[in-house]
Design a binder for this molecule. Sequence first.
Ligand SMILES: Nc1ncnc2c1ncn2[C@@H]1O[C@H](COP(=O)(O)OP(=O)(O)OP(=O)(O)O)[C@@H](O)[C@H]1O
Ligand SMILES: [Mg+2]
Length: 378
Amino acid sequence: MVKASLLELVSSRRVIITVGSGGVGKTTTAAAVALAAARAGRRVLCLTIDPAKRLATSLGLGTMSHEAQLIDPAVIGLPPGSKGSLTAMMLDVRRTFDELVERYAENREARDRILNNTIYQQIAGSLAGTPEYMAMEKLYSLKDDARYDLIVLDTPPTSNAIDFLEAPDRMVAAMDSPTIQAFVQAFEKGGSLSLKLLSKAMAQVLSGLSKFTGAGFLESVASFLTDIQGLFGGFRERAAKVREELKAPSVAFVIVSSPDPMAVTEAMFFGEKLVEGGMRVEALVFNRVRKTEIVDVSSPARIANVLAEAGVEPHNELAAGVLKAYQDASIWARRDANEIARARREMSSVPRVVEVPAFDEDVYDVAALTRVAEIVAG
Ligand SMILES: Nc1ncnc2c1ncn2[C@@H]1O[C@H](COP(=O)(O)OP(=O)(O)OP(=O)(O)O)[C@@H](O)[C@H]1O
Ligand SMILES: [Mg+2]
């Protein structure tokens, strides 16, 4: 039986991760799920990535701090004495990476050399797969925190949803490729580097960093790469553990999709990959759905209603325009309904499906977020 609510999910799981392609509403859904769980009496930590500033402000998070911040229960409508609470934390990719370096550097000197290296400082936040990996890393370090019953993890805007799962490998591979190895060896052999020693491929790898040319640049890269070699073992092992943890029954993935055909196709593909990887897709959230019942102009009574709502007299010259707009909207709504029906058929093994309507405005305040939370949790 497919349930039309995530209430039982938000009430029982330890970790909930929202995933999906770019811009579909992952962050909004993560925040709504976290809010719904807090209202259901759970102590929730919501780990988000780049939430809209206005939404954060509306939740009373004046500064976009990367520390955990408890949200005032009154702001989110928790009754006095409620067991539930909502704490928000924003992912700081760079700082999380620094913490990993601190943990896995061979010694203090190596740690300081890496952290102070210009190249490290430039690439720590932008290397392929880094934000995705750091999101999982942060989750891993928080998952046993006894202050929270539930951790809701938002995932970064990836161009391709599947990037998320492969992120740790991609990140390690980016630094551990034969090209880079050769680079390091060339450095170690010569003690210093000349451009002549660099193969074409290596030059290409470095071309992304070409803005930092000049004396000492290559030495700086090489020294960084040599130091960071020592981290790989730790990173790999840790990435493997994180991945294992994601398969636990207490971890639920929520796929978010818009009703757009491309997004739906990607959501289905991503769902398959998660299941293949041994993870649990516990819910499907269709967001920004255009609803037929809202734009229905199929009967004279509905037409009269719609015009009255718009404040337009039936024989006014604007009436035709209003009706045309509604007819167009109802075509879109029917397309959305068809896409959702297709996705529901193809992903019939997902036990919960909810549809969040497209609101006239962005979800920028507590009131709008509460509406989404109520829809998500039934
Ligand atoms: N149901 C909705 N109705 C109207 N606006 C919405 C709805 N859901 C989300 N939005 C708005 O759409 C925008 C994108 O949403 P959100 O940031 O949650 O997406 P995302 O998947 O996290 O994006 P990214 O991939 O960039 O991280 C936001 O401005 C949000 O307020
Ligand atoms: Mg987001």
